[in-house]
Write a protein that binds this ligand. Structure first.
Ligand SMILES: [Zn+2]
Ligand SMILES: [Zn+2]
Length: 287
């Protein structure tokens, strides 16, 4: 039995609908799937229905855009209560600042003589979490750029003329919010952030796990993060980070996490519940 605990739909910057993504998961024989759209849980309700119909266990989740010591990092929150009032109000704030960011990027493009309306970007986004990929798609659609890469290289990459910094929640605040909403906090794709040196601070803030397996991690990287997870007594998770098709094939299926890791996540939550919901202190790291 296998799980994929890192998936995006068109409720953030993925291209599949929740139903299409679940269909791929079913064909690939997954026992459990988590939906981790960026800074939103809006796709979870539809994904839960699709998974129930397909006989797949569904884990409601989100991928929070966070920062620590000026480093952007992504924190995955798993088994979130999708009705939790403070979590919903924090995610609503993300939605507002993401839309403001799109308007600022479009204003910068307009100032460069590129005709584009923010509404054209929102129309492509279909969602609560519009981002740079949607601006890039709108630029291609408007024939202002030939490819998505060109849109990023000319305008949207960090430091390029239409780039606007992204709002990020502080990592300790994100971890606290995830715990308050009944979830587990996991550091996403650590190798992509080159953030090893802040892992001790995240563990001290209560982080529960680390995404050791990811489609852009090498085998050596996987091993490296398995050692770190062992050292700090962290949960081990993994996922493809599928946003749709990749090189002609769906990216889902490229990472198959043994289900035993999902069971360990559920066991930790059960232990926490019997401990009265209080914060459990992580044991001292192995040296
Ligand atoms: Zn990410
Ligand atoms: Zn992701």
């Amino acid at each position: 039995m296998f799980a994929d605990l890192h998936l995006h739909t068109n409720f953030s910057d993925g291209t599949y609908t929740p139903e299409e993504l679940t269909g791929h998961g079913r064909r690939l024989g997954f026992a459990a799937l988590a939906l981790t759209d960026h800074d939103t849980m809006e796709g979870c309700a539809r994904m839960a229905v699709a998974c129930a119909t397909a006989g797949i266990e569904f884990i409601p989740a989100s991928e929070f855009t966070a920062e620590h010591e000026n480093i952007e990092l992504h924190l995955l929150g798993y088994f979130l209560d999708t009705t939790h009032p403070r979590l919903l109000s924090e995610l609503a704030k993300f939605q507002i600042v993401r839309q403001q960011r799109i308007r600022e990027m479009v204003a910068r493009l307009n100032a460069l003589g590129i005709p584009l309306a923010a509404e054209a970007v929102f129309a492509l986004a279909n969602c609560a979490a519009p981002g740079r990929p949607h601006v890039a798609r709108a630029l291609v659609q408007a024939k202002q750029c030939a490819t998505l890469d060109e849109a990023f290289d000319r305008f949207l990459k960090k430091g390029k003329p239409a780039w606007v910094p992204k709002f990020k929640i502080s990592a300790p605040d994100a971890i606290a919010l995830i715990h308050e909403a009944g979830g587990l906090a996991v550091l996403a794709h650590p190798a992509l952030n080159k953030s090893d040196h802040i892992i001790p601070a995240l563990v001290a803030a209560g982080m529960d796990g680390i995404e050791c397996f990811h489609s852009r991690h090498s085998t050596a990287t996987n091993e490296h993060y398995l050692m770190i997870a062992d050292q700090y007594h962290l949960l081990v998770t993994g996922g493809s980070d599928c946003h749709g098709m990749n090189k002609g094939k769906p990216l889902i299926g490229t990472v198959k996490l043994p289900y035993s890791h999902v069971q360990q996540m559920k066991d930790l939550l059960a232990r926490r519940a019997t401990a009265g919901g209080g914060k459990l202190v992580n044991p001292a790291p192995r040296s």
